[in-house]
Ligand binder design. Structure first.
Ligand SMILES: Cc1ncc(C[n+]2csc(CCOP(=O)(O)OP(=O)(O)O)c2C)c(N)n1
Ligand SMILES: [Mg+2]
Length: 321
Protein backbone atom coordinates (compact mmCIF):
# COMPACT_ATOMS: atom_id res chain seq x y z
CA UNK A 1 0.00 0.00 0.00
CA UNK A 2 1.18 3.54 -0.73
CA UNK A 3 1.14 6.10 2.06
CA UNK A 4 1.70 9.83 2.17
CA UNK A 5 5.16 10.78 3.45
CA UNK A 6 3.63 12.83 6.25
CA UNK A 7 1.79 9.78 7.54
CA UNK A 8 4.95 7.64 7.47
CA UNK A 9 6.93 10.35 9.25
CA UNK A 10 4.23 10.64 11.92
CA UNK A 11 4.37 6.86 12.49
CA UNK A 12 8.16 7.09 12.76
CA UNK A 13 7.89 9.99 15.20
CA UNK A 14 5.43 7.97 17.29
CA UNK A 15 7.67 4.91 17.64
CA UNK A 16 10.77 7.02 18.12
CA UNK A 17 9.23 9.14 20.88
CA UNK A 18 7.70 6.10 22.57
CA UNK A 19 11.15 4.46 22.51
CA UNK A 20 12.88 7.55 23.89
CA UNK A 21 10.31 7.79 26.68
CA UNK A 22 10.63 4.11 27.59
CA UNK A 23 14.42 4.37 27.68
CA UNK A 24 14.28 7.62 29.66
CA UNK A 25 12.04 5.99 32.27
CA UNK A 26 14.50 3.12 32.81
CA UNK A 27 17.34 5.67 33.10
CA UNK A 28 15.43 7.73 35.66
CA UNK A 29 14.53 4.58 37.57
CA UNK A 30 18.17 3.44 37.63
CA UNK A 31 19.01 6.79 39.25
CA UNK A 32 16.31 6.17 41.92
CA UNK A 33 14.31 9.14 40.65
CA UNK A 34 11.07 7.17 40.06
CA UNK A 35 9.00 6.10 43.07
CA UNK A 36 7.48 2.65 42.64
CA UNK A 37 8.79 0.14 40.13
CA UNK A 38 8.63 0.15 36.39
CA UNK A 39 7.98 -2.35 33.58
CA UNK A 40 10.00 -1.34 30.56
CA UNK A 41 8.27 -1.65 27.22
CA UNK A 42 11.38 -1.04 25.14
CA UNK A 43 11.13 -3.04 21.92
CA UNK A 44 7.30 -3.16 21.94
CA UNK A 45 6.62 0.38 20.69
CA UNK A 46 5.36 -0.52 17.20
CA UNK A 47 2.53 -2.67 18.60
CA UNK A 48 1.13 0.40 20.35
CA UNK A 49 1.93 3.06 17.79
CA UNK A 50 0.66 0.90 14.91
CA UNK A 51 -2.67 0.07 16.55
CA UNK A 52 -3.15 3.55 18.01
CA UNK A 53 -2.54 5.19 14.65
CA UNK A 54 -6.10 4.05 13.85
CA UNK A 55 -7.56 6.12 16.69
CA UNK A 56 -10.02 8.99 16.35
CA UNK A 57 -10.97 11.76 18.78
CA UNK A 58 -13.50 10.36 21.25
CA UNK A 59 -12.02 6.84 21.42
CA UNK A 60 -11.19 5.26 24.79
CA UNK A 61 -7.95 3.57 25.80
CA UNK A 62 -7.43 0.95 28.46
CA UNK A 63 -3.65 0.86 28.49
CA UNK A 64 -1.49 -1.68 30.32
CA UNK A 65 1.41 -1.54 32.80
CA UNK A 66 4.03 -1.94 30.06
CA UNK A 67 4.69 0.71 27.39
CA UNK A 68 3.09 3.35 29.59
CA UNK A 69 4.49 5.88 27.11
CA UNK A 70 1.41 4.94 25.09
CA UNK A 71 -0.48 7.44 27.30
CA UNK A 72 1.69 10.17 25.76
CA UNK A 73 0.88 8.79 22.30
CA UNK A 74 -2.83 9.36 22.85
CA UNK A 75 -2.45 12.88 24.17
CA UNK A 76 -1.06 13.00 27.71
CA UNK A 77 1.27 16.05 27.67
CA UNK A 78 4.85 15.44 28.84
CA UNK A 79 4.37 17.70 31.88
CA UNK A 80 1.46 15.74 33.33
CA UNK A 81 3.00 12.44 32.19
CA UNK A 82 6.29 12.99 34.04
CA UNK A 83 4.46 14.74 36.88
CA UNK A 84 2.52 11.54 37.53
CA UNK A 85 5.50 9.24 37.05
CA UNK A 86 7.56 11.26 39.51
CA UNK A 87 4.57 11.37 41.93
CA UNK A 88 4.12 15.13 41.83
CA UNK A 89 1.03 17.30 42.20
CA UNK A 90 1.36 18.25 38.53
CA UNK A 91 0.65 14.64 37.50
CA UNK A 92 -2.66 13.53 36.02
CA UNK A 93 -3.81 12.16 39.36
CA UNK A 94 -1.72 14.50 41.48
CA UNK A 95 0.87 11.75 41.77
CA UNK A 96 -1.51 9.27 43.44
CA UNK A 97 -1.36 6.74 40.62
CA UNK A 98 2.28 6.86 39.61
CA UNK A 99 3.82 5.03 36.73
CA UNK A 100 1.63 1.94 36.95
CA UNK A 101 -1.73 3.68 37.15
CA UNK A 102 -1.80 6.39 34.52
CA UNK A 103 -5.25 7.71 33.80
CA UNK A 104 -6.43 10.78 31.98
CA UNK A 105 -10.14 10.82 31.25
CA UNK A 106 -10.02 14.02 29.17
CA UNK A 107 -7.99 12.06 26.59
CA UNK A 108 -10.02 8.88 27.01
CA UNK A 109 -7.30 7.09 29.03
CA UNK A 110 -9.34 4.94 31.38
CA UNK A 111 -6.68 4.14 33.98
CA UNK A 112 -4.85 0.99 34.90
CA UNK A 113 -5.41 -1.49 37.69
CA UNK A 114 -2.58 -3.34 39.41
CA UNK A 115 -4.76 -6.43 39.45
CA UNK A 116 -4.33 -7.39 35.84
CA UNK A 117 -7.38 -8.30 33.82
CA UNK A 118 -9.88 -7.50 36.58
CA UNK A 119 -10.73 -4.23 34.86
CA UNK A 120 -11.45 -5.73 31.44
CA UNK A 121 -15.11 -4.77 31.79
CA UNK A 122 -14.22 -1.07 31.94
CA UNK A 123 -13.62 -0.68 28.17
CA UNK A 124 -16.84 -2.66 27.66
CA UNK A 125 -18.64 -0.05 29.78
CA UNK A 126 -16.95 2.71 27.78
CA UNK A 127 -18.19 1.01 24.60
CA UNK A 128 -21.73 1.01 26.02
CA UNK A 129 -21.42 4.78 26.41
CA UNK A 130 -20.27 5.07 22.80
CA UNK A 131 -23.24 3.02 21.65
CA UNK A 132 -25.74 4.92 23.79
CA UNK A 133 -24.46 8.18 22.35
CA UNK A 134 -24.51 6.85 18.79
CA UNK A 135 -20.86 7.69 18.10
CA UNK A 136 -18.54 5.85 15.72
CA UNK A 137 -15.82 5.53 18.37
CA UNK A 138 -14.17 2.43 19.79
CA UNK A 139 -12.66 1.39 23.12
CA UNK A 140 -9.21 -0.16 22.88
CA UNK A 141 -8.36 -2.73 25.53
CA UNK A 142 -4.64 -3.59 25.62
CA UNK A 143 -3.80 -6.79 27.45
CA UNK A 144 -0.64 -8.88 27.78
CA UNK A 145 -0.33 -12.54 26.81
CA UNK A 146 -0.38 -13.46 30.51
CA UNK A 147 -3.28 -11.30 31.67
CA UNK A 148 -5.21 -12.42 28.58
CA UNK A 149 -5.61 -15.81 30.28
CA UNK A 150 -7.66 -14.34 33.13
CA UNK A 151 -11.39 -15.01 33.53
CA UNK A 152 -12.54 -11.37 33.63
CA UNK A 153 -11.04 -10.88 30.16
CA UNK A 154 -13.24 -13.65 28.76
CA UNK A 155 -16.29 -12.33 30.62
CA UNK A 156 -15.63 -8.96 28.99
CA UNK A 157 -15.35 -10.66 25.59
CA UNK A 158 -18.67 -12.45 26.12
CA UNK A 159 -20.42 -9.19 27.04
CA UNK A 160 -18.87 -7.21 24.20
CA UNK A 161 -19.73 -9.93 21.68
CA UNK A 162 -23.29 -10.54 22.90
CA UNK A 163 -24.05 -6.83 22.90
CA UNK A 164 -22.07 -6.18 19.71
CA UNK A 165 -20.12 -3.38 21.37
CA UNK A 166 -17.25 -1.45 19.76
CA UNK A 167 -14.35 -2.91 21.75
CA UNK A 168 -10.98 -3.66 20.15
CA UNK A 169 -9.19 -6.30 22.24
CA UNK A 170 -5.46 -5.88 21.64
CA UNK A 171 -3.27 -8.69 22.93
CA UNK A 172 0.35 -7.60 23.17
CA UNK A 173 2.05 -10.97 23.06
CA UNK A 174 5.63 -10.33 24.17
CA UNK A 175 6.14 -14.07 24.84
CA UNK A 176 6.39 -13.75 28.63
CA UNK A 177 4.31 -13.14 31.72
CA UNK A 178 7.05 -12.42 34.26
CA UNK A 179 9.04 -15.67 33.80
CA UNK A 180 6.30 -17.82 32.22
CA UNK A 181 6.60 -18.23 28.46
CA UNK A 182 3.29 -17.77 26.65
CA UNK A 183 3.67 -21.26 25.16
CA UNK A 184 3.39 -22.71 28.70
CA UNK A 185 0.23 -20.88 29.62
CA UNK A 186 -1.67 -21.01 26.35
CA UNK A 187 -2.88 -24.08 24.46
CA UNK A 188 -2.81 -22.11 21.22
CA UNK A 189 0.05 -20.08 19.72
CA UNK A 190 -1.95 -16.89 19.36
CA UNK A 191 -3.14 -16.40 22.91
CA UNK A 192 -6.20 -14.28 22.18
CA UNK A 193 -6.56 -14.27 18.39
CA UNK A 194 -6.96 -18.06 18.19
CA UNK A 195 -9.86 -17.88 20.64
CA UNK A 196 -11.67 -14.96 18.99
CA UNK A 197 -13.78 -17.16 16.70
CA UNK A 198 -15.40 -18.74 19.78
CA UNK A 199 -16.83 -15.30 20.54
CA UNK A 200 -17.77 -14.71 16.91
CA UNK A 201 -15.11 -12.02 16.69
CA UNK A 202 -12.83 -11.42 13.71
CA UNK A 203 -9.15 -11.40 14.53
CA UNK A 204 -5.82 -10.50 13.02
CA UNK A 205 -2.29 -11.45 14.04
CA UNK A 206 0.42 -8.92 13.20
CA UNK A 207 4.16 -8.59 13.56
CA UNK A 208 4.11 -6.13 16.44
CA UNK A 209 7.67 -5.05 15.68
CA UNK A 210 6.67 -3.76 12.25
CA UNK A 211 4.75 -0.54 12.69
CA UNK A 212 3.34 -0.43 9.16
CA UNK A 213 2.21 -4.06 9.19
CA UNK A 214 0.61 -3.50 12.59
CA UNK A 215 -1.17 -0.40 11.32
CA UNK A 216 -2.40 -2.18 8.19
CA UNK A 217 -3.72 -5.19 10.10
CA UNK A 218 -5.28 -3.00 12.76
CA UNK A 219 -6.86 -0.45 10.46
CA UNK A 220 -9.06 -2.97 8.61
CA UNK A 221 -10.31 -4.53 11.81
CA UNK A 222 -10.79 -1.23 13.68
CA UNK A 223 -12.77 0.11 10.72
CA UNK A 224 -15.12 -2.85 10.99
CA UNK A 225 -15.57 -2.31 14.75
CA UNK A 226 -16.23 1.39 14.15
CA UNK A 227 -18.85 0.50 11.55
CA UNK A 228 -20.89 -1.30 14.23
CA UNK A 229 -19.98 -4.89 13.42
CA UNK A 230 -19.11 -5.74 17.00
CA UNK A 231 -15.80 -6.35 18.79
CA UNK A 232 -12.59 -7.81 17.37
CA UNK A 233 -9.18 -9.04 18.41
CA UNK A 234 -5.75 -7.85 17.28
CA UNK A 235 -2.75 -9.85 18.45
CA UNK A 236 0.64 -8.18 18.17
CA UNK A 237 3.63 -10.52 18.23
CA UNK A 238 6.64 -8.95 19.85
CA UNK A 239 9.23 -9.59 22.55
CA UNK A 240 10.00 -8.13 25.94
CA UNK A 241 13.56 -6.87 25.54
CA UNK A 242 14.22 -6.21 29.21
CA UNK A 243 13.31 -8.09 32.36
CA UNK A 244 9.80 -8.14 33.74
CA UNK A 245 11.03 -5.51 36.18
CA UNK A 246 14.32 -3.62 36.27
CA UNK A 247 16.84 -5.87 37.98
CA UNK A 248 15.22 -9.10 36.74
CA UNK A 249 18.17 -11.35 35.84
CA UNK A 250 16.06 -13.20 33.22
CA UNK A 251 17.63 -16.55 34.21
CA UNK A 252 14.56 -18.26 32.74
CA UNK A 253 15.38 -17.39 29.12
CA UNK A 254 18.21 -17.66 26.65
CA UNK A 255 20.05 -14.32 26.33
CA UNK A 256 21.00 -15.24 22.74
CA UNK A 257 17.30 -15.26 21.79
CA UNK A 258 16.78 -11.86 23.40
CA UNK A 259 19.84 -10.50 21.61
CA UNK A 260 18.54 -11.81 18.28
CA UNK A 261 15.22 -9.98 18.75
CA UNK A 262 17.07 -6.79 19.65
CA UNK A 263 19.41 -7.03 16.66
CA UNK A 264 16.86 -8.13 14.06
CA UNK A 265 13.49 -6.81 15.19
CA UNK A 266 14.16 -3.31 16.44
CA UNK A 267 11.05 -1.49 15.25
CA UNK A 268 12.66 1.95 15.37
CA UNK A 269 15.92 0.99 13.67
CA UNK A 270 14.17 -1.06 10.97
CA UNK A 271 11.52 1.53 10.12
CA UNK A 272 14.14 4.30 10.12
CA UNK A 273 16.25 2.29 7.66
CA UNK A 274 13.26 1.69 5.37
CA UNK A 275 12.27 5.35 5.38
CA UNK A 276 15.83 6.48 4.67
CA UNK A 277 16.10 3.98 1.78
CA UNK A 278 12.80 5.25 0.38
CA UNK A 279 13.97 8.86 0.61
CA UNK A 280 11.22 9.76 3.06
CA UNK A 281 13.63 10.55 5.91
CA UNK A 282 17.28 11.53 6.17
CA UNK A 283 19.70 10.45 8.88
CA UNK A 284 20.15 14.13 9.83
CA UNK A 285 16.39 14.59 10.20
CA UNK A 286 16.19 11.50 12.40
CA UNK A 287 19.05 12.78 14.56
CA UNK A 288 17.35 16.15 14.95
CA UNK A 289 14.04 14.51 15.90
CA UNK A 290 15.84 12.59 18.65
CA UNK A 291 17.63 15.67 19.93
CA UNK A 292 14.48 17.80 19.90
CA UNK A 293 12.50 15.21 21.81
CA UNK A 294 15.35 14.68 24.27
CA UNK A 295 15.27 18.38 25.13
CA UNK A 296 11.48 18.32 25.49
CA UNK A 297 11.73 15.36 27.87
CA UNK A 298 14.48 17.02 29.92
CA UNK A 299 12.41 20.18 30.22
CA UNK A 300 9.34 18.24 31.36
CA UNK A 301 11.38 16.18 33.84
CA UNK A 302 12.96 19.32 35.31
CA UNK A 303 9.51 20.87 35.60
CA UNK A 304 8.16 17.76 37.34
CA UNK A 305 11.11 17.46 39.68
CA UNK A 306 10.66 21.08 40.75
CA UNK A 307 6.93 20.58 41.40
CA UNK A 308 5.59 19.89 44.91
CA UNK A 309 4.47 16.50 46.18
CA UNK A 310 1.03 16.18 47.70
CA UNK A 311 0.91 16.78 51.43
CA UNK A 312 0.06 14.06 53.95
CA UNK A 313 -3.47 15.43 54.50
CA UNK A 314 -4.17 15.30 50.74
CA UNK A 315 -3.35 11.62 50.33
CA UNK A 316 -6.92 10.48 50.98
CA UNK A 317 -8.57 13.03 48.69
CA UNK A 318 -10.69 11.35 45.98
CA UNK A 319 -10.77 8.10 47.95
CA UNK A 320 -14.31 6.78 48.45
CA UNK A 321 -15.33 4.32 51.14
C1 LIG B 1 -4.32 -10.67 38.87
C2 LIG B 1 -2.84 -10.47 38.91
N1 LIG B 1 -2.03 -11.55 39.02
C3 LIG B 1 -0.71 -11.39 39.06
C4 LIG B 1 -0.15 -10.14 38.99
C5 LIG B 1 1.37 -9.96 39.03
N2 LIG B 1 1.84 -9.59 37.70
C6 LIG B 1 2.17 -8.34 37.38
S1 LIG B 1 2.65 -8.17 35.79
C7 LIG B 1 2.45 -9.82 35.52
C8 LIG B 1 2.78 -10.42 34.17
C9 LIG B 1 1.77 -10.07 33.17
O1 LIG B 1 2.17 -10.61 31.95
P1 LIG B 1 1.53 -10.11 30.62
O2 LIG B 1 0.07 -9.97 30.78
O3 LIG B 1 2.02 -10.99 29.55
O4 LIG B 1 2.09 -8.63 30.47
P2 LIG B 1 3.63 -8.19 30.32
O5 LIG B 1 4.13 -7.96 31.71
O6 LIG B 1 4.35 -9.26 29.61
O7 LIG B 1 3.57 -6.93 29.54
C10 LIG B 1 2.00 -10.48 36.66
C11 LIG B 1 1.74 -11.91 36.75
C12 LIG B 1 -1.02 -9.03 38.88
N3 LIG B 1 -0.56 -7.78 38.79
N4 LIG B 1 -2.35 -9.22 38.82
MG1 LIG C 1 3.60 -10.72 28.30
Amino acid sequence: MKYENDFLLKLYKDILETRLLEVKMTDLYAESRVPGHIHSGTGQEAAFAGVLATRKPGDYFKLPHRVVASAYLVGDPLDTFFGEILAKKTGNSGGRGGINHLGRLCDGVLGMSGTLGCDAAIPVGAAMTIEAEGRDNVAFFFVGDGAANRGPVYEAMVLAADWKLPVVFVCVNNEFAISTPAVYSSSVPNVLADKAAGYNMPSVVVDGTDVLQTYEGASKIVESVRAGNGPAVIECKCYRWRGHFEGDQCAYRDPAVTEKWIQEKDCVKNFEKTLIEQGVLTAEQAKKMREDFDSKMEEAIAHAEAAPEMTADEIYDFLYV
